[in-house]
Design a protein around this ligand. Sequence first.
Ligand SMILES: C[S@@+](CC[C@H](N)C(=O)[O-])C[C@H]1O[C@@H](n2cnc3c(N)ncnc32)[C@H](O)[C@@H]1O
Length: 303
Amino acid sequence: MPPEEDPVRACPETVGAALAWARTRLRAAGVPDAGVDARVLLRGVTDLDAAAIIARPEQALDPEARTRYADAIGRRETREPVAHILGVREFWGLMLEVSPATLIPRPDTETLVEAALARVTDRRARLRVLDLGTGTGAILLALLHEMPRAEGLGTDVSADAVALARRNAARHGLGPRARFAVADWFDGLDGTFDLIVSNPPYIAGGDIAGLEPDVAVHEPAAALDGGTDGLDAYRRIALAALGHLAPAGTLLVEIGEGQAPAVTEIFAAAGLETVAIAADLAGIDRVIAARAKKELGNPCMPR
Ligand SMILES: C[S@@+](CC[C@H](N)C(=O)[O-])C[C@H]1O[C@@H](n2cnc3c(N)ncnc32)[C@H](O)[C@@H]1O
């Protein structure tokens, strides 16, 4: 095998040199955060922690680690996401398995978890939570983690995503309180819920090709494509949400930048009143919370 194709010989022997080599390769491939990704991947494929990587750049990597690192860098050069290469991503402090079946959970979506928890006065109440388009189960599992007596149902149109979410629930001991089902939004679902949450696909179909290849090529269209104007899923969710909200229940959805007025309008036309809009850390409106325009009181769910 020529040296440049032999992963062990391609990757330098010491931590510092390997990092510099990886950074250069990733930069040349157009990876936006080449230095960060080089470090995260090195930690992911070795036992080294962040401090050891910085403090001892002269330490040697064994041949197996160099092979794994060269393989990971080669995959990242093709713009495969770091989370897919490592197979995991942290969300709300929970390490979740990820796969190409669904979206890699994003930090922005923690805004939705925060906004949902802000609507709950008693986290020990036996609340019922529905997560539409659950993907990895990220939102539902974060909420169940914070509310020890709550029970939840996570649904997704992708059977592979549902299987993944189920594994993530088991991984965090939440299996007994989390059910999962394949469903097209509310179709076939029974019952009412105190919290209905969703991070639906909300990118306008025509905009997807212009996204970074990490997203456009490696994440599934079903997780991204919100139809011509990006709002199709909100229309579908709004149509049936009222029938599944418990008295004083709240619907919370993640939205894309600039979508708050349109989603508020879609919800209003379906009898849902927007009661809060939460911004993400960048100050962008990211979550809409809505309630039925008239409802009975529920002591656990204030207005
Ligand atoms: C933006 S991803 C969100 C995944 C996860 N909830 C999160 O926040 O990381 C949207 C999810 O909705 C699912 N989805 C798309 N169309 C759907 C439909 N018609 N019914 C149910 N789920 C759907 C996708 O498969 C995908 O897992």
